[in-house]
Design a protein around this ligand. Sequence first.
Ligand code: BGC
Length: 734
Amino acid sequence: MMARRIIPALAWLAAAAPGAAADEPCGDRSGNASARAGATLERMTQSEKLSLVDGSLGAPWGGRPKPAGAIGSAGYVPAVPRLGVPALQETDAELGVANPGNIRRGDTATAMPSDLALASTWDLPLARRQGEAVGAQARAKGFNVLLGGAANLIRDPRGGRTFEYFSEDPLVTGLMAGSAIAGAQSNHIISTTKHYAVNDQETDRVVLDVRIDPAAARESDLLAFEIDVERGHPGSVMCAYNQVNGVYSCENDWLLNQVLKGDWRYPGYVMSDWGAVHSTVRSALAGLDQEAGEQLDTENFFGRLGLAVKEGKVPEARLDDMVRRILTSIYACGLAGNESASDPADLREGEAAALAIEREGAVLLRNEGVLPLAADTRRILVVGALANLGVPSGGGSSQVVPTGGIALKEPEGRNRAMIFDPSSPLEAIRRQFPRARVDYADGSNPAEAAKGAAGADAVVVFADQYLTEGVDAPDLNLPNGQDALIESVARANRRTVVVLETGGPVVMPWLDLTAAVIEAWYPGQKGGEAIADILSGAVNPSGRLTVTFPKSEAQLPHPRIQGDPRGAPEGPVGRGHRYGRNFVADYSEGALVGYKWFFARGERPLFPFGYGLSYTKFGLRDLKVSVDGDQVTASVIVRNVGSRAGAAIPQLYLSGPQGDGVPLRLAGWSRIDLAPGEEREATISVDPRLLATFDEAARRWRIAAGSYRMTAGFDADHRDLVASFSLESAELPP
Ligand code: BGC
C-alpha cells in the first residue's frame, strides 16, 4: 500500500526539477517568466493558488449562468486581480475560434479547412500562418488560451476526429502541429497541445483502455507530441479521456511525470480534457496541474485539493509546482498585461489563409486527362453534397460558426447535424466558367442525375462524409448511397470528376469508372473557390496525402474498430455518473501506424501516404547521403519536367538494418516551387530519433550499428532512388 503511494510522489519530484536546457513555454528563453512566476507564487494565498488550478466551464451549466467575468466559451479560470494574474478565457480552437451553442450570440470566425487539409500542404510556414490567423481572431475576442494544437496520430482512418488531426506519421504531425501552435502563440496567447496521449479513436473514448507497448508508443504517438512540443513550445498540454495501459491519461504518472515533464523537461502546465479527471490525489501526484471544465467531471476533484494538501496526501510543494507552471506559461506567453481584447482581427487575412490552405491542401488522386477542364467547356453538370449551398465541416468542439453565417445546418438525421460553410462550389464553378452552362442536380435521384450527366461535357460529383468528435465512422464507404450515385453518373458520362469532401480516407469502389478524383477534405469557408480554381487549372494542385487510403478495412490493423460503440457514452457525462465497463483496445500494431503497417505487411493501398498528382510532372535524381556521427544529411535534385509551374514535395524515407526494429520511416521532405524545366536541390537533416529505437528500460534512444537505406520518391510506395549508409551504434542524449 505504502509503496504504491510513494512511487508516484518520487516520480513527481524527479519531474519537478527540469534541466537547465529546457525552454520556457512559448519559446521564451529569457528565464524571466519562471522568476516572475516564483515571485507571484510567494505572494499568493492558499485559496488564490487553489482557484488557479480549478477551471470551470465558461458557459451556463446545470441551470447556473456562466461564471461572472467569462466571455462565454469552453473554459474559464478566474483572475487574481490583486497580483495582476489575468483570468484564463479558454476557447476551442483547432480549425478556427468556436462559439459553442452560439453562446456569444452572432459571433463568427473564419472556418479553416480541416487539419488534414492543412497537413496535406506539407507547408510548415502555412501551418504557422493558420495558427497566427486563428490566434489573432481568438485574441481579438478576448481569449488568451486556445485549446488547439492536436497532435494525435491518425492511427485508424475511421477515427471521428481524423479531420482535426494531421497525419499518421509522427514527424509530419509533430512539425505541422508545432508550427500551428507557434503561430497561434505569437498573439500573446497560450496554445494547448492535445489530447495527450494515444487518443486515436472515439469509440468508448471516456472508458477506453488503450494497450500499447511503451517503446512503440515512444516511437509513434509520443514522438509526434515530443516533436510538436519542441517546435511549438505550447504553454499547455491537455491530457486525454482514455486510459493508457490501464491508467487514465490525466492520472498517468508515466505519461505526465516521467515522459512529458521528466524526459522531455516540459516546463508548462497540464490541463485536463473536459470530463477526463477521475481522482484528486492520484491526478495531482501523477502530474495534472489544472482541472478544466470541472462540471463535466463526476466530481470537482481539484475543488478538494486544499483538503488533500491539509491532510498531507498531496505535498504543499506539489500545489506550488502546479501554480508555478501555470504562472510561468502566463508570463512566458505574454498574457499578463495583455488582458483586454486586441483590435479586431484582420478577417481578410483569415480568409486568405483559409483559401491558401485549401488550394495547396486539396489532393488530386486521379486524372485521366480531363483536368484541368478546358476553358471552352460548354455544359457542366454539378451533382450532390449540397454543392449549390456550401461545403461541409466536421462536428464537435472544433466546430466554427463561419463568418458570413452557416450556409445550412442539416436537420438531425442524414448526417446528424452537419454544418455547411458558405462557399458554394456551384457558384464558384460558374464564376470560373462564365461561358458555360452549369446546372446542378442534388443527387437524391441517381437515375435522374445520370440522365442529366449524359448530356454534359463534364460532370463534377461532390460527395461528403460526416465525421464528428465522439463517434467513429462505421466503415470507409461514403454514406447515404453516394457510392451508387457516383457509379451511375460515372457510367453515364466518362468525363466524371469526383470531388470528395470527407473527414478522412474513404474507399472508392467506383474509381475505375471516373475520369478524375480530387480529395478536398473539409475545405473551410473558402473551399468552393479553391476547388473551382483547381478544376479550372487556375491553381495547379500540389497537396499530398499524409494518411494512407486503404482499399478496404480488411487491410487495416483492426478491420473492426475495437470497443463497443453502444457500450459507453460518447463524451463525459458529469456529476454523479458512474462510468461502466472499461474497453480494452489492443494496439498490437505498436509503432507500425499507417504506411509502416502496409509496408511491413506487403500490402498495397488504394493510395499511398505521400501520394498526389499535379498538372505538371517532376523528376528526381542524385540522392546523396552524408553521415557525421548521428547527424545524417541527405540531398536530392528535383526537376519540373512538365510544362507548368508547380510545387513538388520530394520525400525521403529510411529503414534500418534487417531485424533492428527501424521500419520504413519518413525521414523528411521538402516543398519546392519549380518553373517548367527548373531544378533545385532539396536537403534535409534527419532527426536522429528517426534512426533509433527507444529503449524503455534505459529511457533513451539507441541507434544500432549497421547498414541503413535512404530512399527518395514522391510517395511511400514509389521510392526509386536508393542510397546506403552505415552508422555506428550510439545512444542519444536524453
Ligand atoms: C474535447 C477537447 C476540447 C474540449 C473543450 C473536449 O470534449 O475533447 O478537444 O478542447 O472538449 O471544448
